[in-house]
Design a protein around this ligand. Structure first.
Ligand code: GLY
Length: 314
């Protein structure tokens, strides 16, 4: 067994895990630098080099301890080492617990393209401990809520009505994390290769990714979840304009956004986002998005005309 962590999770999370699981006590460790910028081929080379030095064989299990970056990268490195070794995810952020850790997508960024190289390969197991959320800085912890709100909007019905209005702490309970994970698992089980219904999970991400990429170049970079909050807001506006989503849903979302993320008050222009919207690899057949007709009613592959986008940002 080999444990993969980044510098941060090695400092904060590995010790309690090793204390809890005797199997991990004798596991070798590979430590990679922290941060999304390291989700790349250099980190993969480092992992493969160390696995080779450790004489890891096809029976070796890689245990990925960290956020989405460690899970994606570790899953990818494991998927190709000796044609694939097993891996376990121990996600330590809300985002990784409810999203990146589930569904078998592994990958790294390449030449400026996000998740350009990757595989579909499921983790053997997932271990969730909400106590790890206490090791996160305030901003990182809260940003993970974005994907949970997305799951609730997509699931709709009682889940949406019962959860909102919500307090930030409500999202950090094992019960809420489990419920959000179960929704994603249910979607992935129907479409593991992301060919149809799974694309509903892209809701908020077409514009959200563009905002995230744009903000990265400015003095105020946004965390993924923060960009997705903006992305969902703009895509709900599009959903209203194109699919007739009720105004009251938009209002409800905006109330949630203002309550949980009052600091996210930026506005964007179309010219800031256009280069990134066009770069999205999913948009090679014109701009298509996953939008909502109602809470719990997502339509994937909705064509978004340049005029609709223009109206959104004017
Ligand atoms: N994060 C979206 C998906 O796993 O499909």
């Amino acid at each position: 067994m080999v444990l993969l962590a980044d510098a941060r999770t090695n400092g904060f999370c590995v010790h309690p895990l090793v204390h809890q699981f005797s199997l991990l006590q004798c596991a070798d460790r590979i430590i990679i630098p922290q941060g999304e910028a390291h989700k790349n081929m250099d980190s993969c080379m480092l992992i493969w080099q160390q696995l080779t030095e450790l004489q890891a064989d096809r029976n070796t299990v890689l245990v990925n301890v960290g956020g989405g970056m460690v899970c994606d990268l570790g899953g990818f490195a494991a998927s190709v080492y000796k044609r694939g070794i097993s891996f376990i995810h121990i996600p330590t952020t809300l985002l990784a617990m409810c999203d990146a850790g589930i569904g078998g997508k592994t990958g790294i960024d390449f030449q400026g393209y996000k998740n350009h190289l990757g595989t579909f390969n499921d983790a053997e197991a997932l271990y969730i401990d909400p106590n790890f959320l206490d090791t996160l800085d305030f901003r990182t912890r809260k940003s993970g809520i974005a994907e949970m709100i997305k799951h609730d909007l997509l699931q709709g019905g009682d889940i949406w009505n019962q959860t909102y209005p919500a307090e930030e702490q409500d999202f950090y309970t094992l019960q809420k994390i489990r419920q959000s994970m179960a929704f994603k698992q249910m979607i992935v089980a129907q479409d593991p290769r992301d060919e149809h219904i799974r694309q509903c999970l892209n809701f908020g991400h077409s514009i959200g990714h563009a905002i995230e990429s744009y903000a990265l170049q400015t003095e105020y970079p946004l965390l993924h979840g923060e960009a997705i909050i903006y992305g969902m807001y703009y895509e709900l506006l599009l959903s209203r304009n194109i699919l007739g989503l009720e105004d009251s849903i938009l209002q409800q979302f905006d109330d949630v956004r203002r309550k949980l993320f009052p600091e996210l008050q930026a506005t964007f222009t179309l010219s800031q986002l256009t280069p990134f919207l066009l770069q999205d690899k999913k948009n090679n057949r014109g701009l298509r998005m996953s939008l909502l007709k109602g809470v719990g009613q997502c339509e994937v592959g909705v064509m978004v005309s340049p005029e609709s986008l223009q109206n959104l940002f004017s």
